[in-house]
Ligand binder design. Structure first.
Ligand SMILES: C[S@@+](CC[C@H](N)C(=O)[O-])C[C@H]1O[C@@H](n2cnc3c(N)ncnc32)[C@H](O)[C@@H]1O
Length: 296
């Protein structure tokens, strides 16, 4: 798995904007709704900038880190920030920890969580599919506790996708959209939009954003969550790497035997498109995905 192991995370104005303004407002919203402090699981790096920024909304924090030196520094930082009594630290690859249920030292996450911030190196689709499997497992663990949660994911725009997964996904999506839009006019719009996503000239960022949001919706609904996605946000991160950022609400619906139907319709989700952050703020994107423009 290619995941830029050598890159050391350094924050930058785009990341600062997302953490301190955009994600902050979502964490604040969840805190208001919960009327209590939130349980956090994430990959905060040693500086714990996200935890420190959202600290007043959080109760305890479970951190995952695979670099030993980063973990030592994290303990020091927690001490300096006077939050070490709220820190529970796991060591290793996050996907392995989620899949196996424990870290390199046999310690397990303290399920369930309210805010999960997976801010990782590398993309999403590699041949072993360990990342999709890990995120599925996370969603199913949360469902076992019937716990609604906010999921924040940041990843590199650099997928292996050796299995041609996205191409197959787009053709499945074309068929699903046609089955819920029976008239010919709507089918034409569906073809126009899906052809655009399939086209080699379309930047992969658009495909990845749509693929991820659809993945989160499908997996969430199958585990009885009402899923609300936000547009994928494109930005330039550490070392000018192209990144994409997702914020998703998973609201558990108890007592449902069948798959949940989210309030956000499939047509609305396709039309979310992407947003772009540059120089630490939202900007008008250079390129915009075509919309279906079909009312739900
Ligand atoms: C991008 S930084 C986190 C930044 C933080 N969320 C913030 O807002 O500033 C990611 C951290 O997670 C670690 N990391 C990256 N990929 C990982 C993985 N697959 N498993 C475990 N740790 C990982 C990195 O070593 C780094 O310390």
């Amino acid at each position: 798995m290619s995941d830029q192991r050598s890159t050391v995370f350094q924050t930058n104005p785009n990341k600062d904007f997302l953490r301190t303004e955009y994600d902050y407002s979502h964490v604040e919203r969840w805190h208001r709704k919960a009327v209590r402090r939130l349980e956090y699981l994430g990959l905060p790096a040693w500086e714990m900038l996200d935890i420190i920024c959202w600290e007043k909304f959080l109760h305890r924090f479970t951190t995952i880190e695979r670099e030993e030196n980063q973990q030592h520094l994290m303990f020091l930082q927690a001490n300096v920030q006077d939050v070490e009594h709220r820190l529970y630290s796991l060591y290793g690859e996050f996907d392995k920890i989620l899949l196996s249920g424990c870290d390199k030292y046999g310690q397990s996450p303290e399920w369930p969580y309210d805010v999960v911030n997976l801010d990782y190196f590398g993309g999403f689709l590699y041949s072993n599919l360990s990342r999709p499997k890990a995120i599925k497992k996370l969603i199913s663990n949360q469902a076992n506790f019937q716990r609604s949660f906010l999921l924040i994911i940041t990843q590199h725009l650099r997928d292996g996708d050796t299995l041609g997964e996205k191409a197959a996904f787009l053709e499945d999506l074309r068929r699903s959209l046609k089955s819920i839009t029976p008239d010919k006019g709507a089918h034409k719009k569906v073809d126009k939009v899906i052809d655009w996503y399939v086209s080699a000239g379309t930047p992969d960022s658009f495909r990845q954003a749509l693929y991820m949001n659809m993945f989160l919706r499908d997996e969430g609904e199958a585990e009885h969550f009402d899923v609300e996605c936000q547009p994928g946000i494109l930005y330039s991160g550490t070392g000018k790497a192209s990144m994409v950022h997702f914020v998703t609400d998973f609201v558990f619906h108890p007592g449902i035997g069948h798959k949940t139907a989210s309030k956000q319709s499939l047509l609305q989700l396709i039309d979310l498109g992407t947003r772009e952050v540059r120089d630490g703020t939202f900007v008008l994107p250079v390129q915009v995905a075509p919309k279906l423009g079909i009312s739900k």
